[in-house]
Design a protein around this ligand. Structure first.
Ligand SMILES: [Cu+2]
Length: 204
């Protein structure tokens, strides 16, 4: 009983530690550069997969910069007139609570237009990655006309492909040989099996 309880507790502990390992990652924005001018945050974010529950830590000289979470249009326009949240304490920790894109800019004049802006695309925490990509194609409506030219390209390419198909048919001949040799080895194997069987019968 005591052993059973202990192993159950251990199993629970392992489960919890595994779960917490998956739950959240903390990112220092700009790594060692921190939140400042002269750092390309698009590049910084490009190789990271943010998910709900992750944290962004902005480190900067307090009052020298701000961390303003803004809308997509205000991000594009570098406008801090309608911020969703703002902080200038020097260390701003933002928990990414919802899937989709989150936009951050520095509200100090000239900084955002100089590149002090960050957009992160946040995926749902686990089982449901579907709702996260769903709003993206809806927002990127200009993508839709792209499908028409792309479908046209393979059709023209396939007509030119028709010519090099003849060497492909030529390949069929060696393949047929291969299958006949494999058939021969199959026959040999069957012969050996027959011999072995005969040997067994002879032993009895
Ligand atoms: Cu700034």
């Amino acid at each position: 009983m005591a052993f059973g309880g202990a192993s159950l507790a251990l199993a629970a502990l392992v489960l919890v530690s595994c779960a917490s390992a998956v739950v959240a990652t903390q990112y220092t924005v700009g790594d060692t550069s921190g939140w400042t001018t002269g750092t390309d945050y698009t590049t910084w974010a490009s190789d990271k997969k943010f998910k709900v529950g992750d944290k962004l830590v902005f480190k900067y000289a307090g009052a020298a910069h701000t961390v303003d979470e803004v809308s997509a249009s205000d991000y594009a326009a570098c406008s801090s007139s309608k911020v969703l949240s703002s902080d200038s304490t020097g260390t701003t920790t933002v928990t990414l609570k919802t899937a989709g894109k989150h936009y951050f800019i520095c509200g100090v004049t000239g900084h955002c237009s100089g590149g002090m802006k960050l957009v992160v695309n946040v995926a749902a925490a686990s089982a449901a990655p579907a709702p996260a990509p769903a709003p993206t194609p809806a927002a990127d409506t200009p993508d839709a006309p792209d499908t028409t030219p792309t479908t046209k390209t393979p059709s023209s390419a396939s007509s030119s492909d028709a010519t090099p198909k003849s060497p492909a048919t030529a390949e069929v001949t060696p393949r047929a040989k291969e299958s006949s040799t494999s058939g021969a080895t199959g026959l040999r194997a069957a012969a050996w099996a027959g011999l072995a069987l005969a040997g067994l019968v002879a032993m009895f």
